[in-house]
Design a protein around this ligand. Structure first.
Ligand SMILES: C[S@@+](CC[C@H](N)C(=O)[O-])C[C@H]1O[C@@H](n2cnc3c(N)ncnc32)[C@H](O)[C@@H]1O
Length: 208
């Protein structure tokens, strides 16, 4: 396990007990996401944490892959899903690159609070684009540190020094540029407030 995976593995207990920071925005994101779901769909979420979002969404689709590189996060997700009798989630302990789904096989991919934690977001966005069917949808929520105020950036810097293994800084505009460069068009974009992450629904362009 690398340093980052060890960090998140240790965090899993605290993370699973932590209340959602902004419940109203979270509910709105769930609601918007669900508008893109159909009962026959194959969905995948990477960096799923303890599976809270997967468990809420899975009943609305055919099959849901929930992946995370932290074994403890995945174990907690499996337990929570079993407790709630949700049986269409395949939990997988993996990085995005290791998931091993066929190209153009997924209808929707979710990446919630994860893109800013990756070494190379462009590579991740390219992989996501490959895995999606044409017209498929990538839904993400991302802390764009480049958009945040100086004080907030300093706080993040200190946090990173003391605890976080990796947090990349970019703006929401740069994130949108990366999505478009990979072959997406933006279907929906929303920032719930100052210093909040950007929520984006990006559609993979279909060949004309
Ligand atoms: C901030 S948490 C977000 C969890 C969940 N998506 C949510 O919104 O509550 C980030 C999660 O991404 C996972 N993660 C971080 N880097 C990863 C990577 N390179 N590959 C797979 N998972 C990763 C961590 O283990 C952690 O569970």
């Amino acid at each position: 396990m690398n340093k980052a995976a060890k960090f998140w593995d240790k965090m899993s207990e605290r993370y699973s007990k932590q209340a959602v920071a902004d419940e109203e925005s979270y509910q709105k994101k769930l609601e918007i996401t669900r508008k893109y779901f159909r009962p026959e769909m194959e969905v995948m979420e990477f960096g799923c944490g303890t599976g809270s979002t997967a468990i809420v969404h899975a009943p609305f689709v055919k099959h849901y892959i929930a992946s995370d590189f932290s074994p403890n996060m995945i174990e907690k997700g499996r337990r929570k899903a079993a407790l709630e009798s949700i049986d269409n989630i395949s939990f997988q302990c993996s990085t995005l690159e290791g998931i091993g789904v066929a190209d153009e096989s997924l209808d929707v991919i979710l990446g919630m609070s994860i893109l800013h934690l990756l070494e190379n977001k462009e590579q991740a966005i390219d992989s996501v684009c490959k895995m999606l069917k044409p017209g498929g949808v990538f839904i993400s929520s991302t802390a764009c540190i480049g958009d945040m105020g100086v004080l907030f950036k300093m706080m993040m810097g200190l946090m990173k020094l003391g605890t976080m293994p990796l947090v990349k800084s970019f703006t929401s505009e740069q994130l949108v540029e990366s999505l478009i460069a990979a072959g997406f068009r933006i279907d929906y974009q929303w920032t719930p407030g100052k210093n909040k992450g950007v929520f984006i629904v990006a559609k993979k362009e279909e060949p004309i």
